[in-house]
Ligand binder design. Structure first.
Ligand SMILES: [Zn+2]
Length: 434
Protein backbone atom coordinates (compact mmCIF):
# COMPACT_ATOMS: atom_id res chain seq x y z
CA UNK A 1 0.00 0.00 0.00
CA UNK A 2 1.16 3.53 -0.72
CA UNK A 3 2.00 5.32 2.55
CA UNK A 4 0.48 8.39 4.19
CA UNK A 5 3.12 10.62 2.75
CA UNK A 6 2.24 9.53 -0.79
CA UNK A 7 -1.37 10.52 -0.09
CA UNK A 8 -0.24 13.96 1.08
CA UNK A 9 2.14 14.39 -1.82
CA UNK A 10 -0.38 13.55 -4.52
CA UNK A 11 -2.56 16.45 -3.38
CA UNK A 12 0.35 18.85 -3.06
CA UNK A 13 1.86 17.87 -6.43
CA UNK A 14 -1.49 18.20 -8.22
CA UNK A 15 -1.96 21.63 -6.68
CA UNK A 16 1.63 22.75 -7.39
CA UNK A 17 1.46 21.60 -11.01
CA UNK A 18 -1.84 23.44 -11.53
CA UNK A 19 -0.17 26.62 -10.21
CA UNK A 20 2.49 26.30 -12.91
CA UNK A 21 0.55 27.71 -15.86
CA UNK A 22 1.24 25.48 -18.88
CA UNK A 23 -1.56 26.75 -21.09
CA UNK A 24 -1.21 25.45 -24.62
CA UNK A 25 -2.86 27.94 -27.01
CA UNK A 26 -1.68 26.02 -30.07
CA UNK A 27 0.69 27.28 -32.74
CA UNK A 28 3.64 26.77 -30.38
CA UNK A 29 2.32 29.17 -27.74
CA UNK A 30 3.13 27.22 -24.59
CA UNK A 31 5.97 26.73 -22.12
CA UNK A 32 6.03 23.45 -20.22
CA UNK A 33 9.60 23.85 -18.94
CA UNK A 34 8.83 24.92 -15.32
CA UNK A 35 6.40 22.02 -14.89
CA UNK A 36 8.92 19.62 -16.45
CA UNK A 37 11.62 20.83 -14.05
CA UNK A 38 9.24 20.41 -11.13
CA UNK A 39 8.48 16.81 -12.14
CA UNK A 40 12.15 16.06 -12.81
CA UNK A 41 13.16 17.35 -9.36
CA UNK A 42 10.58 15.12 -7.70
CA UNK A 43 11.97 12.12 -9.61
CA UNK A 44 15.57 13.01 -8.82
CA UNK A 45 14.72 13.13 -5.12
CA UNK A 46 13.49 9.54 -5.54
CA UNK A 47 16.85 8.45 -6.95
CA UNK A 48 15.89 8.47 -10.64
CA UNK A 49 17.89 10.18 -13.37
CA UNK A 50 15.35 12.03 -15.50
CA UNK A 51 16.29 13.56 -18.84
CA UNK A 52 14.85 16.88 -19.98
CA UNK A 53 14.30 16.84 -23.73
CA UNK A 54 13.24 19.66 -26.04
CA UNK A 55 12.68 20.03 -29.74
CA UNK A 56 11.78 23.66 -29.19
CA UNK A 57 13.10 25.86 -26.41
CA UNK A 58 10.76 25.81 -23.41
CA UNK A 59 8.69 22.89 -24.72
CA UNK A 60 10.18 20.38 -22.31
CA UNK A 61 9.58 16.65 -21.96
CA UNK A 62 10.81 14.47 -19.10
CA UNK A 63 11.80 10.80 -19.46
CA UNK A 64 13.18 8.52 -16.76
CA UNK A 65 13.63 4.77 -16.41
CA UNK A 66 13.20 2.76 -13.25
CA UNK A 67 14.89 -0.64 -13.52
CA UNK A 68 12.65 -3.62 -12.76
CA UNK A 69 13.61 -6.82 -10.97
CA UNK A 70 13.06 -9.05 -14.02
CA UNK A 71 15.41 -7.98 -16.82
CA UNK A 72 13.78 -10.43 -19.24
CA UNK A 73 10.36 -8.73 -18.86
CA UNK A 74 9.10 -6.15 -21.36
CA UNK A 75 9.16 -2.56 -20.14
CA UNK A 76 6.01 -0.58 -19.35
CA UNK A 77 5.53 3.08 -20.29
CA UNK A 78 3.62 5.33 -17.88
CA UNK A 79 2.99 8.76 -19.35
CA UNK A 80 1.16 12.00 -18.70
CA UNK A 81 1.11 15.34 -20.49
CA UNK A 82 2.15 18.56 -18.75
CA UNK A 83 0.27 21.08 -20.88
CA UNK A 84 -3.34 22.16 -20.39
CA UNK A 85 -5.96 23.88 -22.53
CA UNK A 86 -6.71 27.58 -21.90
CA UNK A 87 -9.03 28.70 -19.09
CA UNK A 88 -10.80 32.06 -18.77
CA UNK A 89 -10.58 33.10 -15.12
CA UNK A 90 -13.77 35.21 -15.19
CA UNK A 91 -15.86 32.11 -15.93
CA UNK A 92 -14.53 30.18 -12.93
CA UNK A 93 -15.60 29.96 -9.26
CA UNK A 94 -11.91 29.87 -8.20
CA UNK A 95 -8.91 31.06 -10.17
CA UNK A 96 -8.06 28.28 -12.67
CA UNK A 97 -4.34 28.44 -11.85
CA UNK A 98 -4.70 28.69 -8.06
CA UNK A 99 -4.53 24.97 -7.34
CA UNK A 100 -6.69 25.76 -4.34
CA UNK A 101 -7.76 22.90 -2.09
CA UNK A 102 -11.23 23.73 -0.85
CA UNK A 103 -13.56 21.38 1.08
CA UNK A 104 -11.58 18.31 0.06
CA UNK A 105 -11.39 19.20 -3.63
CA UNK A 106 -8.40 20.40 -5.68
CA UNK A 107 -9.46 23.11 -8.14
CA UNK A 108 -7.87 24.25 -11.34
CA UNK A 109 -7.03 23.67 -14.97
CA UNK A 110 -5.40 20.26 -15.27
CA UNK A 111 -7.05 18.79 -12.15
CA UNK A 112 -8.35 15.91 -14.30
CA UNK A 113 -6.61 16.56 -17.64
CA UNK A 114 -4.07 15.52 -16.49
CA UNK A 115 -1.86 16.93 -13.78
CA UNK A 116 -3.69 14.59 -11.40
CA UNK A 117 -2.13 11.57 -13.11
CA UNK A 118 1.28 13.27 -13.31
CA UNK A 119 1.08 13.78 -9.53
CA UNK A 120 -0.06 10.19 -8.95
CA UNK A 121 2.87 8.80 -10.92
CA UNK A 122 5.34 10.98 -8.99
CA UNK A 123 3.82 10.08 -5.61
CA UNK A 124 3.87 6.34 -6.28
CA UNK A 125 7.47 6.28 -7.51
CA UNK A 126 8.60 8.33 -4.51
CA UNK A 127 6.83 6.02 -2.05
CA UNK A 128 8.64 3.08 -3.65
CA UNK A 129 11.98 4.83 -3.13
CA UNK A 130 11.18 5.21 0.59
CA UNK A 131 10.16 1.57 0.93
CA UNK A 132 12.79 0.06 -1.36
CA UNK A 133 10.13 -1.29 -3.76
CA UNK A 134 11.08 -2.15 -7.31
CA UNK A 135 8.56 -3.14 -9.95
CA UNK A 136 8.91 -6.37 -11.88
CA UNK A 137 9.13 -4.68 -15.30
CA UNK A 138 11.29 -1.74 -16.20
CA UNK A 139 9.13 1.33 -15.91
CA UNK A 140 9.66 4.19 -18.36
CA UNK A 141 8.10 7.38 -17.02
CA UNK A 142 7.40 10.17 -19.50
CA UNK A 143 5.89 13.60 -18.94
CA UNK A 144 5.17 15.21 -22.27
CA UNK A 145 4.70 18.63 -23.78
CA UNK A 146 2.19 19.60 -26.47
CA UNK A 147 -0.46 16.91 -26.11
CA UNK A 148 -3.22 19.51 -26.34
CA UNK A 149 -2.04 20.67 -29.77
CA UNK A 150 -0.08 18.72 -32.38
CA UNK A 151 2.23 16.64 -30.09
CA UNK A 152 5.07 17.69 -32.42
CA UNK A 153 7.03 19.11 -29.48
CA UNK A 154 5.95 16.27 -27.21
CA UNK A 155 5.26 12.59 -27.74
CA UNK A 156 5.71 12.92 -31.52
CA UNK A 157 9.20 14.34 -31.02
CA UNK A 158 10.08 11.65 -28.43
CA UNK A 159 8.89 8.85 -30.70
CA UNK A 160 10.78 10.26 -33.69
CA UNK A 161 14.03 11.41 -32.13
CA UNK A 162 14.45 9.41 -28.93
CA UNK A 163 13.06 5.93 -29.58
CA UNK A 164 15.98 4.43 -27.63
CA UNK A 165 14.57 5.80 -24.38
CA UNK A 166 11.56 3.52 -24.87
CA UNK A 167 13.59 0.41 -25.64
CA UNK A 168 11.69 -2.71 -24.62
CA UNK A 169 8.38 -0.92 -23.96
CA UNK A 170 5.50 -2.98 -25.29
CA UNK A 171 2.61 -1.34 -23.47
CA UNK A 172 1.75 2.06 -22.05
CA UNK A 173 -0.83 3.51 -19.67
CA UNK A 174 -2.06 7.08 -19.54
CA UNK A 175 -5.16 9.26 -19.40
CA UNK A 176 -8.90 8.59 -19.42
CA UNK A 177 -9.74 5.31 -17.83
CA UNK A 178 -10.71 3.61 -14.56
CA UNK A 179 -12.81 6.53 -13.30
CA UNK A 180 -16.20 6.03 -11.64
CA UNK A 181 -19.14 6.24 -14.01
CA UNK A 182 -22.36 6.43 -11.99
CA UNK A 183 -25.30 5.20 -14.04
CA UNK A 184 -27.91 6.98 -11.89
CA UNK A 185 -29.40 3.65 -10.74
CA UNK A 186 -26.78 2.76 -8.16
CA UNK A 187 -24.27 1.04 -10.43
CA UNK A 188 -20.65 2.15 -10.45
CA UNK A 189 -18.80 1.36 -13.64
CA UNK A 190 -15.04 1.74 -14.16
CA UNK A 191 -14.30 1.94 -17.90
CA UNK A 192 -10.70 1.14 -18.86
CA UNK A 193 -9.71 2.47 -22.28
CA UNK A 194 -8.52 -0.16 -24.73
CA UNK A 195 -8.71 1.72 -28.00
CA UNK A 196 -8.99 5.15 -29.55
CA UNK A 197 -10.72 6.34 -32.68
CA UNK A 198 -8.44 7.82 -35.29
CA UNK A 199 -8.46 11.47 -36.25
CA UNK A 200 -9.22 12.63 -39.77
CA UNK A 201 -9.42 16.40 -39.88
CA UNK A 202 -10.28 17.22 -43.47
CA UNK A 203 -9.96 20.22 -45.69
CA UNK A 204 -12.52 20.37 -48.48
CA UNK A 205 -11.95 22.60 -51.47
CA UNK A 206 -14.62 23.31 -54.07
CA UNK A 207 -13.55 25.05 -57.27
CA UNK A 208 -15.81 26.62 -59.84
CA UNK A 209 -16.11 29.48 -62.26
CA UNK A 210 -15.73 32.91 -60.69
CA UNK A 211 -18.00 35.64 -62.00
CA UNK A 212 -20.73 38.20 -61.56
CA UNK A 213 -23.41 37.39 -59.00
CA UNK A 214 -26.20 38.39 -61.40
CA UNK A 215 -25.27 35.89 -64.15
CA UNK A 216 -26.21 32.26 -64.63
CA UNK A 217 -23.48 30.11 -63.10
CA UNK A 218 -23.76 26.32 -63.01
CA UNK A 219 -20.29 25.84 -61.52
CA UNK A 220 -20.61 27.93 -58.38
CA UNK A 221 -17.95 26.87 -55.84
CA UNK A 222 -20.10 27.94 -52.87
CA UNK A 223 -23.07 25.86 -54.05
CA UNK A 224 -20.83 22.87 -54.66
CA UNK A 225 -19.17 23.12 -51.28
CA UNK A 226 -22.47 23.63 -49.46
CA UNK A 227 -23.94 20.53 -51.11
CA UNK A 228 -20.94 18.40 -50.10
CA UNK A 229 -20.99 19.72 -46.53
CA UNK A 230 -24.71 19.00 -46.27
CA UNK A 231 -24.21 15.43 -47.51
CA UNK A 232 -21.41 14.87 -44.97
CA UNK A 233 -23.37 16.35 -42.08
CA UNK A 234 -26.46 14.30 -42.88
CA UNK A 235 -24.66 11.02 -43.56
CA UNK A 236 -25.79 8.08 -41.46
CA UNK A 237 -22.67 6.07 -40.79
CA UNK A 238 -23.21 2.33 -40.52
CA UNK A 239 -22.63 0.50 -37.25
CA UNK A 240 -19.22 -1.10 -36.98
CA UNK A 241 -18.33 -2.97 -33.82
CA UNK A 242 -14.65 -3.15 -32.92
CA UNK A 243 -13.44 -5.83 -30.48
CA UNK A 244 -13.36 -3.33 -27.58
CA UNK A 245 -16.86 -1.99 -28.22
CA UNK A 246 -18.23 -5.48 -28.79
CA UNK A 247 -16.82 -6.57 -25.41
CA UNK A 248 -18.11 -3.39 -23.74
CA UNK A 249 -21.64 -3.98 -25.07
CA UNK A 250 -21.62 -7.63 -24.05
CA UNK A 251 -20.37 -6.88 -20.54
CA UNK A 252 -22.79 -3.99 -20.05
CA UNK A 253 -25.71 -6.12 -21.27
CA UNK A 254 -24.77 -8.78 -18.70
CA UNK A 255 -24.47 -6.17 -15.95
CA UNK A 256 -27.92 -4.79 -16.79
CA UNK A 257 -29.44 -8.23 -17.26
CA UNK A 258 -30.68 -7.36 -20.74
CA UNK A 259 -30.48 -9.22 -24.02
CA UNK A 260 -27.02 -8.53 -25.44
CA UNK A 261 -28.11 -8.89 -29.06
CA UNK A 262 -25.37 -7.29 -31.10
CA UNK A 263 -27.48 -7.51 -34.25
CA UNK A 264 -29.66 -4.73 -32.89
CA UNK A 265 -27.22 -2.39 -31.22
CA UNK A 266 -29.53 0.63 -31.22
CA UNK A 267 -32.12 -1.33 -29.22
CA UNK A 268 -29.40 -2.49 -26.84
CA UNK A 269 -28.13 1.07 -26.36
CA UNK A 270 -31.69 2.11 -25.44
CA UNK A 271 -31.80 -0.55 -22.74
CA UNK A 272 -28.52 0.60 -21.23
CA UNK A 273 -29.84 4.06 -20.40
CA UNK A 274 -27.13 6.51 -19.30
CA UNK A 275 -24.44 3.81 -19.62
CA UNK A 276 -24.96 3.96 -23.41
CA UNK A 277 -22.82 7.11 -23.24
CA UNK A 278 -19.79 4.85 -22.70
CA UNK A 279 -20.16 3.32 -26.16
CA UNK A 280 -22.44 5.41 -28.37
CA UNK A 281 -19.70 7.64 -29.82
CA UNK A 282 -17.60 4.65 -30.80
CA UNK A 283 -20.01 2.39 -32.65
CA UNK A 284 -19.50 4.23 -35.93
CA UNK A 285 -17.17 6.57 -37.74
CA UNK A 286 -18.22 10.21 -37.63
CA UNK A 287 -17.66 13.42 -39.59
CA UNK A 288 -18.86 16.82 -38.43
CA UNK A 289 -18.46 19.93 -40.61
CA UNK A 290 -16.95 22.62 -38.39
CA UNK A 291 -15.59 25.51 -40.50
CA UNK A 292 -16.61 27.27 -43.73
CA UNK A 293 -14.87 29.93 -45.71
CA UNK A 294 -15.64 31.51 -49.10
CA UNK A 295 -16.26 34.76 -50.88
CA UNK A 296 -15.56 38.42 -50.19
CA UNK A 297 -18.46 40.37 -51.71
CA UNK A 298 -22.15 39.65 -52.13
CA UNK A 299 -22.26 40.23 -55.91
CA UNK A 300 -19.09 38.28 -56.71
CA UNK A 301 -19.13 34.49 -57.13
CA UNK A 302 -15.76 33.26 -55.80
CA UNK A 303 -13.75 30.67 -57.72
CA UNK A 304 -13.05 28.66 -54.60
CA UNK A 305 -14.75 27.69 -51.35
CA UNK A 306 -13.22 25.84 -48.42
CA UNK A 307 -14.61 23.84 -45.49
CA UNK A 308 -13.14 21.83 -42.64
CA UNK A 309 -14.57 18.64 -41.22
CA UNK A 310 -13.73 16.90 -37.94
CA UNK A 311 -13.71 13.23 -38.91
CA UNK A 312 -13.05 10.30 -36.58
CA UNK A 313 -12.71 6.69 -37.61
CA UNK A 314 -12.78 3.49 -35.67
CA UNK A 315 -9.89 1.05 -35.42
CA UNK A 316 -9.99 -0.72 -38.80
CA UNK A 317 -12.34 1.93 -40.19
CA UNK A 318 -10.00 4.24 -42.08
CA UNK A 319 -10.43 2.72 -45.54
CA UNK A 320 -14.19 2.92 -45.27
CA UNK A 321 -13.90 6.49 -44.01
CA UNK A 322 -11.80 7.51 -47.02
CA UNK A 323 -14.08 5.79 -49.51
CA UNK A 324 -17.15 7.41 -47.95
CA UNK A 325 -15.55 10.84 -48.14
CA UNK A 326 -14.75 10.31 -51.84
CA UNK A 327 -18.39 9.47 -52.40
CA UNK A 328 -19.91 12.25 -50.28
CA UNK A 329 -17.72 15.03 -51.63
CA UNK A 330 -18.37 14.06 -55.25
CA UNK A 331 -16.46 15.07 -58.36
CA UNK A 332 -16.55 18.84 -57.84
CA UNK A 333 -15.06 18.96 -54.35
CA UNK A 334 -11.56 17.79 -53.43
CA UNK A 335 -10.75 16.61 -49.91
CA UNK A 336 -7.45 16.04 -48.17
CA UNK A 337 -6.26 15.26 -44.67
CA UNK A 338 -5.44 18.50 -42.90
CA UNK A 339 -4.37 16.36 -39.93
CA UNK A 340 -4.45 12.59 -39.59
CA UNK A 341 -3.82 10.30 -36.63
CA UNK A 342 -4.15 6.53 -36.44
CA UNK A 343 -6.86 4.64 -34.58
CA UNK A 344 -5.73 2.28 -31.81
CA UNK A 345 -6.98 -1.08 -30.61
CA UNK A 346 -5.53 -2.75 -27.50
CA UNK A 347 -6.15 -6.38 -26.55
CA UNK A 348 -8.47 -7.23 -23.64
CA UNK A 349 -7.03 -10.68 -23.04
CA UNK A 350 -3.61 -9.35 -22.04
CA UNK A 351 -2.15 -9.88 -18.53
CA UNK A 352 -1.81 -6.09 -18.31
CA UNK A 353 -5.54 -5.52 -18.81
CA UNK A 354 -6.27 -8.24 -16.22
CA UNK A 355 -3.95 -6.55 -13.72
CA UNK A 356 -5.48 -3.11 -14.24
CA UNK A 357 -8.88 -4.67 -13.70
CA UNK A 358 -7.76 -6.51 -10.55
CA UNK A 359 -6.22 -3.36 -9.09
CA UNK A 360 -9.47 -1.41 -9.54
CA UNK A 361 -11.59 -4.26 -8.16
CA UNK A 362 -9.39 -4.53 -5.07
CA UNK A 363 -9.96 -0.90 -4.07
CA UNK A 364 -13.46 -0.50 -5.51
CA UNK A 365 -15.10 -3.88 -4.85
CA UNK A 366 -18.51 -2.32 -5.60
CA UNK A 367 -17.35 -1.32 -9.08
CA UNK A 368 -17.80 -3.04 -12.43
CA UNK A 369 -14.83 -2.80 -14.79
CA UNK A 370 -15.65 -2.65 -18.50
CA UNK A 371 -13.44 -1.85 -21.49
CA UNK A 372 -14.20 1.13 -23.67
CA UNK A 373 -12.86 2.87 -26.75
CA UNK A 374 -12.05 6.58 -26.55
CA UNK A 375 -13.87 8.71 -29.09
CA UNK A 376 -10.87 11.05 -29.42
CA UNK A 377 -7.14 10.62 -29.09
CA UNK A 378 -4.13 10.92 -26.76
CA UNK A 379 -0.34 10.71 -26.83
CA UNK A 380 -0.75 6.93 -27.09
CA UNK A 381 -1.16 7.45 -30.84
CA UNK A 382 2.39 8.78 -31.15
CA UNK A 383 3.87 6.09 -28.91
CA UNK A 384 2.08 3.42 -30.97
CA UNK A 385 4.68 4.12 -33.69
CA UNK A 386 7.22 2.49 -31.36
CA UNK A 387 5.08 -0.63 -31.13
CA UNK A 388 3.63 0.40 -27.77
CA UNK A 389 0.04 -0.69 -27.11
CA UNK A 390 -1.83 2.04 -25.22
CA UNK A 391 -4.40 1.72 -22.44
CA UNK A 392 -6.25 4.56 -20.71
CA UNK A 393 -5.80 4.10 -16.98
CA UNK A 394 -5.95 7.08 -14.62
CA UNK A 395 -7.84 5.60 -11.67
CA UNK A 396 -10.20 7.96 -9.81
CA UNK A 397 -13.04 7.08 -7.48
CA UNK A 398 -15.58 9.84 -7.96
CA UNK A 399 -18.73 10.66 -6.00
CA UNK A 400 -22.17 10.50 -7.59
CA UNK A 401 -23.07 13.75 -9.32
CA UNK A 402 -19.48 14.58 -10.19
CA UNK A 403 -19.57 15.16 -13.95
CA UNK A 404 -16.17 13.80 -14.92
CA UNK A 405 -16.57 14.22 -18.69
CA UNK A 406 -17.57 17.87 -18.24
CA UNK A 407 -14.28 18.53 -16.42
CA UNK A 408 -12.19 17.90 -19.53
CA UNK A 409 -11.46 21.33 -21.00
CA UNK A 410 -14.43 22.61 -18.93
CA UNK A 411 -15.07 25.44 -16.50
CA UNK A 412 -14.40 24.72 -12.77
CA UNK A 413 -12.23 21.69 -13.51
CA UNK A 414 -11.51 20.01 -10.17
CA UNK A 415 -10.80 16.68 -8.54
CA UNK A 416 -11.70 15.36 -5.07
CA UNK A 417 -8.79 14.60 -2.74
CA UNK A 418 -10.37 11.19 -2.07
CA UNK A 419 -10.27 10.44 -5.79
CA UNK A 420 -6.54 11.19 -5.87
CA UNK A 421 -5.94 8.92 -2.88
CA UNK A 422 -7.81 6.09 -4.56
CA UNK A 423 -5.79 6.73 -7.70
CA UNK A 424 -2.49 6.45 -5.84
CA UNK A 425 -3.51 3.15 -4.23
CA UNK A 426 -4.75 1.61 -7.47
CA UNK A 427 -1.84 2.85 -9.57
CA UNK A 428 0.61 1.64 -6.92
CA UNK A 429 -0.99 -1.80 -6.88
CA UNK A 430 -1.12 -2.04 -10.66
CA UNK A 431 2.43 -0.84 -11.29
CA UNK A 432 3.87 -3.14 -8.61
CA UNK A 433 2.23 -6.17 -10.17
CA UNK A 434 2.42 -5.18 -13.83
ZN1 LIG B 1 -5.39 15.11 -21.70
Amino acid sequence: MADERALDEVVRFTSDLIRIDTTNRGGGDCRERPAAEYAAERLTEAGLEPLLLERTKGRTNVVARLAGTDPSADALLVHGHLDVVPAQAEDWSVHPFSGEVRDGVVWGRGAVDMKNMDAMILSVVRSWAREGVRPRRDLVIAFTADEEASAEDGSGFLADKHPGLFEGCTEGVSESGAFTFHDGAGRQIYPIAAGERGTGWLKLTARGRAGHGSKVNRSNAVTRLAAAVTRIGAHEWPLRLTPTVRAALTELAALYGVDGDLDDVDALLDKLGPAAALVESTVRNSANPTMLSAGYKVNVIPGEAVAFVDGRYLPGGEDEFRATMDELTGPDVQWEFHHREVALQAPLDSPTYARMRAAVEEFAPEGHVVPYCMSGGTDAKQFSRLGITGYGFTPLRLPEGFDYQAMFHGVDERVPVEALHFGVHVLDRFLRTA
